[in-house]
Design a protein around this ligand. Structure first.
Ligand SMILES: Nc1ncnc2c1ncn2[C@@H]1O[C@H](COP(=O)(O)OP(=O)(O)OP(=O)(O)O)[C@@H](O)[C@H]1O
Length: 693
């Protein structure tokens, strides 16, 4: 691995940026020269090699549309739709691709919208995921833009290849197999000449082109150069989809990840190989051939990993068993040094829930779970599986997979997600599944406790430490969690004044109770959770960056209920849990349940089902038993990382509810339809805490 052969976050060397077009390496042969043959500074060769003048690829695309497809710029044919049945089939076939793509698209739309609101000429973007033929599998935009997107044929089933849609982002990107910006008049059809598209190809394992990810604005006044941040975001998301698709597809193999720089192993910049139980390479991702100086994947498949790297197969398996995820040096050939880590094969799971349909691993590599069991057989304790908790949603399955791999290591877990997405429940499930399950799980909500008390609650105090302290002192939560897990909920509300002490606890594994000078060693795992945007809090100096990095050993984002693909199964499960006898959901009620936005997520779903079951007669939940779902338009989703705007009369409403329930927090929160933590937060905000904080 030579220097220029690898990528870093700043330069994204594999995807060289220019307003004229961003070029991804893909599986095209880009042999790596040895240093002595390549004297140019890092990046120079890449730039020369990949710089394509705008006119060249747009001109070439125009020529194809004119001479090959005989299209007339002013008389576009009607949009070509593949038909509902064909779309259904296509989505089933491309199941995994579409599901991982959808997850990433939700994230990307948020990012792009955020970026756009900062720009002078705010434009609405539509995100499209298409397969390799240009058929749209998914299209997302904000509600206000849905109709215009639909009118422009930016909807599932429409074909956006050049043959049907002329020169355009997804079509030209698929033809060129490179990331492309197609800006305004670059488009072939006159009707698209105010549109701008930024599209990046998505590569599957072993040189397969899975499809394309595109962000388009229908009405763009910005310059072509202004599209650079958008194409960078799209390309990064395309790479994230590639990696998710690869690790899901080869879940039964070991995944070897490598990069020249240790800090980039495990991030979207590294390269991935899938290795079976014999140490044979079964699959490589699009970046690997270039990294290893090969023309393409065929020179690598079926070879032993020991032939390519300075590591024996036995040693590799030792790494997988003894220190998965650890990063260690590795060399390929005499002068290519880098770093690698092994992600173990996923366990064969007892239920179909985590075997994602559409995964190519089981059908294409012909190996699957036998190999996985052999690889993954080492000493795992028979603790309850987290998978029981996860459901079949791919993001949740991925969260479980990651959590399982770090829960017994000295790595802190940070759970992110909107209110009610199950962060608290997931933290408890991780503890129950971990080696610490017989030790205490101690939870503390940083939002629920007045600032002055957090310190003593967490660290405890000596007898007589301050006025009002209990005689005999108090053991803090950190010490109470000794040997087990400390769950810090609403960590974003942790006062700055206490963050340094918490950092010390995490770094030195000891606490000094208030009023004492003697440190006490503690052995705890910390899981923290927040619905807030911690990075934004760091940026505004409300949260210490060093603490953020300490807590964020691995961050798992709990998907909102509206984005979960297993909503129907969750509805059934919660219904079963809440009902004392058999219960059925009528089809129109089921439709309402599936269509609802669920701003309160799982909590709201559980409350809704509980109420509906109470109303349901004859064991059938009818539409009329779900009045809140269809009598009012679904409220807009809560922004994931911020507290939603608070209506001006909310304080009065909260006070009134608290009064009605004699200031009992649980009852008031239930009446308001929010969590206790959320209620505490709001009480803080409105100055309603008992001590006036
Ligand atoms: N996997 C699950 N299946 C079914 N119900 C769940 C699941 N996870 C959580 N819930 C339910 O959802 C509700 C909210 O869960 P939880 O308190 O864990 O969410 P949270 O994200 O911590 O919320 P907050 O941020 O408001 O504190 C709980 O009543 C719990 O029963």
């Amino acid at each position: 691995m030579t220097h220029a052969a690898t990528a870093g976050p700043a330069s994204l060397d594999r995807r060289t940026l220019s307003p004229e077009g961003l070029v991804t390496a893909g599986p095209q042969p880009r042999p790596i020269a040895r240093p002595e043959q390549r004297p140019e500074p890092r990046g120079a060769a890449n730039l020369r090699e990949t710089y394509v003048p705008r006119e060249a690829y747009i001109e070439a695309a125009w020529q194809r549309c004119r001479d090959l497809y005989h299209l007339d710029p002013d008389h576009p044919p009607p949009g070509e739709h593949i038909g509902g049945a064909a779309l259904k089939l296509l989505r089933e076939e491309r199941g995994l691709f579409e599901r991982v793509g959808r997850v990433e698209m939700h994230r990307l739309l948020g990012q792009i919208n955020h970026q756009v609101t900062q720009s002078a000429a705010a434009a609405r973007y539509v995100l499209m995921l298409a397969d390799a033929s240009g058929a749209i599998l998914d299209a997302f935009t904000d509600n206000a833009n849905t109709d215009s997107a639909r009118t422009a044929n930016m909807a599932p089933g429409f074909l956006w290849n050049e043959r049907h849609a002329g020169v355009n982002g997804p079509g030209t990107c698929l033809h060129d197999r490179r990331a492309r910006v197609v800006h305004r008049e670059d488009h072939y059809f006159t009707r698209n000449s105010r549109m701008t598209c930024s599209a990046a190809p998505i590569w599957g394992a072993n040189g397969t082109l899975l499809g394309v990810l595109d962000a388009s604005s229908l009405d763009c006044d910005d310059s072509r150069a202004a599209q650079v941040p958008t194409i960078a975001l799209v390309s990064m998301s395309a790479r994230i989809i590639e990696q998710m698709h690869f690790t899901h597809s080869y879940r039964d193999c070991l995944i070897l990840r490598f990069h020249e720089r240790p800090e980039l192993v495990g991030l979207p910049y590294d390269s991935l190989l899938a290795i079976d139980e014999h140490g044979t390479i079964r699959a490589v991702d699009s970046t690997v051939p270039a990294q290893l100086g090969k023309a393409d994947h065929t020179a690598l498949l079926g070879r032993s990993v020991a032939e390519l790297f300075d590591i024996t197969t036995d040693r590799l398996f030792e790494h997988a068993e003894a220190e998965p995820f650890a990063i260690w040096p590795i060399a390929h050939g005499a002068d290519r040094h880098g770093f690698a880590s092994i992600w173990p094969a996923k366990q064969a799971r007892p239920r179909a829930r985590t075997s994602l349909p559409g995964s190519t691993a089981h059908s294409s590599n012909g190996k699957s779970s036998v190999a996985a069991r052999n690889i993954a057989k080492p000493h795992r304790p028979a603790f309850p599986s987290l998978a029981n908790f996860a459901g079949t949603d791919p993001v949740m399955a991925d969260n479980v997979w990651r959590a399982e791999r770090v829960m017994n290591r000295d790595i802190n877990i940070l759970l992110l997600g909107e209110t009610g997405t199950g962060k608290d429940s997931f933290a408890r499930a991780i503890h129950r599944a971990s080696e610490r399950h017989a030790q205490p799980f101690i939870a503390m909500s940083c939002a629920a406790i007045p600032e002055q008390l957090i310190e003593s609650e967490l660290f405890g105090y000596e007898a007589g430490a301050f006025t009002g302290a209990r005689t005999g002192g108090m053991r803090g939560k950190a010490l109470a969690a000794h040997g087990g897990t400390l769950f810090l909920d609403e960590i974003g509300d942790m006062p700055l004044s206490i963050q340094a002490r918490l950092l010390r606890l995490l770094e030195e594994k000891e606490i000094v109770p208030l009023g004492s000078s003697t440190p006490i060693p503690v052995d705890i795992r910390v899981i923290s959770a927040t619905h807030r945007d911690l990075e934004a809090l760091v940026a505004s100096n409300d949260f210490r960056m060093d603490l953020f990095y300490r807590l964020n050993g691995v961050a798992l984002t709990m998907p909102p209920l509206r984005a979960r693909t297993d909503r129907a199964a969750l509805i059934e499960q919660i219904c079963r849990e809440e009902a004392s006898s058999d219960i059925t959901i009528a089809p129109d009620a089921q439709r309402d349940l599936l269509a609802h936005d669920w701003p309160g997520n799982l909590r709201e779903l559980r409350n809704t089902m509980r109420t509906a079951i109470a109303f349901a007669e004859g064991g059938i939940i009818e539409r009329a038993h779900l009045p809140r779902l269809h009598s009012q338009a679904a409220p807009p989703p809560t922004p994931p990382a911020a507290i939603a705007a608070i209506p001006p009369d909310e304080r009065a409403h909260i006070v009134e509810t608290l009064e009605q329930h004699h200031w009992r927090i649980a009852a008031s929160a239930a009446a308001l339809g929010i969590s206790r933590n959320t209620l505490y937060r709001k009480m803080h905000r409105y100055g309603l805490m008992a001590d006036g904080t």
